[in-house]
Design a protein around this ligand. Structure first.
Ligand code: BGC
Length: 812
């Protein structure tokens, strides 16, 4: 069953049934100021950091789901309704929600009145614009009472949810004209406030939540809305809100626009006040003035659209399959921007208070985003590297507001350092900017011990080398990519975390074959980089270490039919035929085949066949099989999950592309694409009822074959799945891959594809690429023609910025 459709021309997903199987959301803003918004206008807003600067309140896991947001209530005599259906849930005559590129438009119609709300955050603006357009489609003049609504959060989203003995006494607001200011804690240590305005005179307002709703009412029936009369309340403590009250008269056929601005201001210490206890409103007023007319809002929206036109023109494909095209050209790239902005912090599954920016996550996210705005990727790389420790280890996460490593989680995840090589190399290959390697980057944010970014890569590489176990494989630490494979944790206490509890690394033999594969892949990247820089000695040193690791994997990481996953604390195999449960895991098959380990001897093909046979399912490749059915204290969190969920045999979509890339290494385009389609959201639109999450973005996990409901997705939006799928499909399957010295074109497509076309902007030049497949092959280059001339290589040179080149590739 579908709940809407793709409007590819407008780059929108159009939801026409508000009862989606889960809130289907969108993100507004892409730099500093952000909102999450669901298809029924639920969600919240924050500045930079969803934990420390939460502007509006949201209650996760509420009843009903997704309660609280940016609501409008319309009282039309005997009927009260909301344009997004919720919160009133009055049956609408028509409903439509269009989620686009950083904007959402929600339209409801009831008894001849159409209410259209456009929500977006204009570029370079610390505010969300909401343009409400009311149209009278009936034959009578209508007198409407309109109430806006938003609920302030007391800034720190964590304490906002727990410290009520304080919170209920701190809330403060100011009201001036049609602007409601939220200034809780401004008089002491905070130098920021928020505001909510409308560009017309109001006939009333409310800022005290209980007066607005009535103590015993929910979002669906605010007392003042039902009574059609605002309370004109001024909040003192308790829970401040902002609601404007506007009386609107509309003649038949008449339309009126109202522009609401929800914004955030920071003031310098000595500019905080206008007069005693009256906040300095200058900046708020400036922002409000920038958007106080429909034409200004239209212009700001046009700017946002142009911005996205631009970003999405850098890589486009015409594959002949609209489901592929809409993901590659629109939604997958959009999701990559979102994951770049938020890492794993704020979604409808990530509460914004738990995790900041992940070290490994953010590096991987970069790979799907770097072609869009390389300068931002550059800045991010430096931020991430600044949280590294001098020995190459690193904080697992950092907070976006202060960019400091997060002490709650600490470090010790031994895959983390290697991802910095991926992030940095992806950036240099895209831009050719080797200069980044000379940047002086602190360790643990301590500038006095800053060294070049290149040195950070060296210590990343060496962190693996310096932490090898008894077989010569990398020690796993708290966990590797799989956060839940906690081989040194041994936790019997439900009150402790699997990751951060005492780590029994002393004497541990726990080694990871996945990190070993990762080391070979990114170790080779490191070697290539050294060679490019003329650091031949270092390249030689690294080469020896990588070669040794390849041998070690073949010797101790191969199980006969596939790669084993790890060795546990005691040195016993995990992910081996010898094991009773979880005989095979996806991660080591992915990394060792991407690294081409034992390709000549047929190991890669064997491993990939084992994946097909044991891990593949109708809804994607599961992480391990058979699932764990009991808790293994020596394996940690992974075995705590019921079978078929998350890291215990769920389809963990993040790692499916590793296998897709592995399949391209052995040239099996049919399989790579078969796997791609199984988890690609646009192919799942018809089963939305089962799939549950948005059909326009990837989810982290789809319940696996052992689960109660295979095919049901969870954790949409913020997942490495976005960048890995984009990376796999664009660089290895369509095969258009930035390299230091050009654009490598090496497609691996299904044998029944006749070819495809793509346009890639690369270092300022435009490459118009046509791939033809006259012999029904998957991979291999028979001929390359550039601008009408045969060319001897599929590494297409870097051209002068501004030039356009036609590249034809014949597969064969
Ligand atoms: C985390 C990743 C981790 C993955 C697998 C995700 O939730 O953000 O860092 O690699 O789970 O455990």
């Amino acid at each position: 069953m579908k709940y809407g459709y793709f409007d590819d021309k407008k780059r929108e997903y159009v939801i026409n049934n508000p009862r989606t199987p889960w809130p289907w959301i969108n993100y507004l803003g892409n730099e500093d100021f952000f909102s999450l918004i669901s298809n029924s206008a639920g969600g919240y807003t924050f500045y930079k950091d969803a934990k420390f600067r939460r502007i509006t309140r949201y209650r996760y896991n509420n009843v009903p789901m997704d309660s609280g947001g940016k609501y409008f209530y319309i009282n039309d005599g005997d009927c009260v309704w909301s344009p997004g259906w919720k919160p009133c849930k009055t049956e609408l005559d028509t409903y439509e929600c269009r989620h686009g590129m950083n904007y959402t438009n929600i339209k409801g119609e009831k008894n001849g009145i159409i209410a259209n709300v456009l929500y977006f955050v204009p570029l370079k603006t610390w505010a969300e614009v909401q343009r409400l357009t009311l149209t009278n489609n009936s034959k009578k003049t209508k007198k409407l009472k309109v109430f806006s609504f938003t609920e302030w959060c007391l800034w720190n989203a964590a304490s906002d949810m727990e410290n009520f003995q304080r919170n209920f006494s701190t809330g403060e607001v100011e009201i001036e004209g049609s602007v409601i200011y939220h200034k809780t804690e401004y008089k002491e240590r905070r130098d920021h406030y928020a505001y909510y305005s409308v560009n017309v005179p109001v006939q009333g307002y409310d800022t005290d939540r209980e007066s607005f709703f009535g103590l015993y009412n929910g979002f669906d029936e605010p007392q003042v809305v039902a009574e059609g009369k605002p309370g004109n309340t001024v909040a003192h403590g308790w829970s401040p809100i902002a609601s404007h009250y506007i009386e609107v008269e509309l003649k038949p056929g008449e339309s009126k626009d109202f522009i609401f601005i929800l914004g955030y201001v920071e003031n310098k210490q000595d500019e905080k006040w206008e007069s005693k206890n009256i906040i300095n409103k200058k900046k708020a007023k400036e922002t409000i003035a920038r958007f106080n007319s429909v034409s200004k809002v239209d212009a700001a929206l046009a700017d946002l659209r142009n911005y996205w036109d631009n970003l999405l023109s850098i890589y486009t494909v015409d594959s002949g399959d609209e489901k592929v095209d809409r993901m590659v050209n629109i939604w997958n790239q959009y999701q990559c921007m979102i994951t770049f902005c938020f890492s794993r912090s704020a979604s409808f599954f990530e509460s914004g208070i738990g995790r900041g920016m992940g070290f490994r996550d953010s590096n991987q996210d970069l790979t799907g985003f770097v072609h869009q705005i390389p300068e931002r990727a550059r800045e991010r790389i430096i931020d991430i590297a600044s949280t590294q420790f001098p020995d190459g280890g690193c904080y697992h996460q950092y907070q976006p507001l202060n960019k400091r490593g997060n002490n709650d989680i600490g470090g010790g995840f031994n895959d983390d350092p290697l991802w910095l090589i991926l992030g940095t190399v992806s950036y240099i290959k895209e831009t050719g900017d080797f200069g980044i390697l000379d940047e002086k980057v602190p360790f643990d944010n301590d500038i006095s011990v800053a060294r070049s970014l290149f040195d950070h890569l060296t210590v990343s590489f060496d962190h693996v080398v310096n932490n090898l176990g008894p077989h010569g494989l990398p020690l796993i630490g708290r966990a590797d990519w799989n956060d839940c494979l906690n081989l040194n944790c041994f936790s019997n206490d439900p009150n402790e975390s699997f990751q951060t509890t005492e780590n029994k690394t002393e004497g541990s033999k726990a080694e990871s074959v996945m990190i070993a594969g990762l080391f070979v892949v990114y170790g080779r990247d490191y070697i290539d980089l050294c060679k490019k820089l003329g650091k031949n000695k270092e390249a030689e040193r690294a080469q020896k270490l990588v070669d040794t690791m390849v041998d070690v994997i073949k010797k101790y990481g191969w199980d006969g039919e596939w790669f084993i996953r790890a060795y546990d604390y005691y040195g016993h195999k995990i992910g081996s035929n010898e094991n009773e449960e979880s005989k095979i895991f996806i991660e080591s098959q992915g990394w060792c085949t991407m690294a081409g380990i034992g390709k000549e001897e047929g190991l890669c093909t064997k491993a990939l066949n084992a994946v097909k046979e044991r891990l593949d399912s109708k809804y994607g490749i599961v992480l391990n099989n058979p699932a764990f059915t009991k808790y293994y204290i020596e394996y940690g969190e992974i075995s705590s999950y019921p079978a078929g969920y998350k890291e215990n045999a769920g389809v963990f979509c993040h790692n499916n592309p590793w296998i897709m890339i592995g399949e391209t290494v052995v040239g099996n385009g049919n399989r790579a694409w078969e796997y791609y389609k199984k988890i690609c959201p646009s192919y799942l639109e018809d089963i939305s009822e089962l799939h549950k999450t948005e059909p326009y973005v990837y989810a982290q996990m789809v319940a696996g074959k052992d689960a109660f409901k295979p095919g049901e997705a969870k954790n949409s939006w913020l997942t490495g799945t976005a960048s890995w799928n984009f990376y796999a499909v664009t660089q290895f399957m369509l095969g258009i891959r930035p390299e230091y010295d050009g654009l490598l074109i090496d497609p691996c497509i299904p044998t029944d594809w006749k070819g495809f076309k793509a346009v890639r902007k690369f270092r300022g030049a435009v490459y118009e690429i046509e791939v033809v497949n006259p012999y029904g092959k998957s991979k291999g280059i028979k001929e390359v023609v550039i601008d009408g001339q045969k060319y001897g290589s599929n590494l297409i040179p870097v051209y002068k910025s501004g030039t356009i080149h036609k590249v034809k590739i014949v597969i064969g």
